[in-house]
Design a protein around this ligand. Structure first.
Ligand code: SF4
Length: 319
């Protein structure tokens, strides 16, 4: 089954959700190739996941970013929690999360996330957030509070965090790592040459340093990062990024296809083929990543629970 998308409706909503993008020239959204096919959202388990999210007043990146995998993931009760509100202070050109001035921090959110995780019975949960450059610690303590609340409610659940760069704020990464997430993830998203257009509020080397520091702080924890392809990067540039990530000690690399959310978002350069993804995976494994997921529909949190089990097994096999 395929998801039917009303592109005009998406474009209209984008104008309201991304005021900073309204003045951009339109770039038509290209038709997806036949290898990008997803399960339509719906069914009993999907609705049950949705109810838990709504009842706890939570946001998920699955919905806010318009993730194509939501039909599959929510059917398996895998929802990726998005904390620190639903409004991002950055304006990345690829991202569909709402931008603007966020409201006050919701101190009850960590507890509600923990309750929802327990209700969903998750073995492994991914917690991400919007960027909160307005907060003195970038939201680091809220991440730590959320990790601690999940552990208190579900002692056996492993926790993966996918954080912003905290704009290098003093003590932020130390605060998050002190809560000892099982996996620390921060996405580089793209190659350094494209940062100014694609991630204008971020700096490539600041993101690399964050990953390096996370590994220094908790050497026996796992670190993870992700890239999108299809924005105009070359294979050689991706290989350089892989080398940079290995130098920073990153264990797990995800690579997925960029899908342009609306005509106001960054233009798609091209769709990489499934065989090209296999080639990227083989190259990344040869460079020494413990775990690599590279397919057109790979996203940071896609199959994160099964991948975490593989990641642990891969490290154990080295001993
Ligand atoms: S891949 Fe991640 S963001 Fe997308 S639906 Fe699945 S859990 Fe949500």
């Amino acid at each position: 089954m395929t998801v039917v998308i009303d592109q005009n409706e998406k474009d209209r909503r984008a104008q309201q959700r991304h005021p900073e993008k309204a003045h951009r020239p339109d770039t038509p959204v290209q038709r997806k190739p036949e290898w990008i096919r997803v399960k339509a959202p719906g069914g009993r388990e999907y609705t049950s996941t949705e109810s838990v999210v709504r009842e706890h007043g939570l946001h998920t990146v699955c919905e806010e970013a318009g993730c194509p995998n939501i039909g599959e993931c929510w059917t398996h009760r895998h929802a990726t929690m998005m904390i620190l509100g639903d409004t991002c202070t950055r304006a990345c050109a690829f991202c569909n999360v709402k931008t603007g001035l966020p409201g006050l921090l919701d101190a009850g959110e960590p507890g509600r996330v923990a309750e929802a995780v327990a209700r969903l019975g998750l073995k492994h949960v991914v917690v991400t957030s919007v960027d909160r450059d307005d907060l003195p610690d970038g939201g680091a303590k809220h991440f730590a509070d959320t990790i601690n609340a999940i552990r208190a409610a579900s002692a056996d659940t492993t926790v993966e965090v996918l954080t912003p760069d905290f704009r290098g704020k003093a003590g932020a990464i130390e605060t998050v790592m002190a809560a000892r997430p099982d996996v620390f993830n921060h996405n580089l998203e793209t190659v350094p040459r494209l940062y100014l257009n694609i991630r204008p509020g971020a700096r490539y080397y600041a993101s690399l340093r964050l990953l390096d520091r996370a590994k220094d702080l908790v050497p026996d924890g796992f670190t993870k990062s992700g890239l999108m392809v299809g924005l105009g990067e070359t294979r050689e540039e991706i290989m350089q990024v892989m080398d940079d990530l290995r130098t920073a000690g990153v264990d797990f690399l995800t690579i997925g296809q960029y899908l342009q959310p609306t005509k106001k978002h960054a233009a798609l350069d091209r769709f990489w083929t499934p065989d090209e993804f296999k080639g990227l995976e083989a190259t990344a494994r040869a460079k020494g990543f413990l775990m690599v997921s590279a397919t057109p529909l790979t996203r940071s949190s896609y199959h994160a629970d099964a991948d975490f089990a593989e990641l642990k097994a891969a490290r154990a096999a080295l001993k």
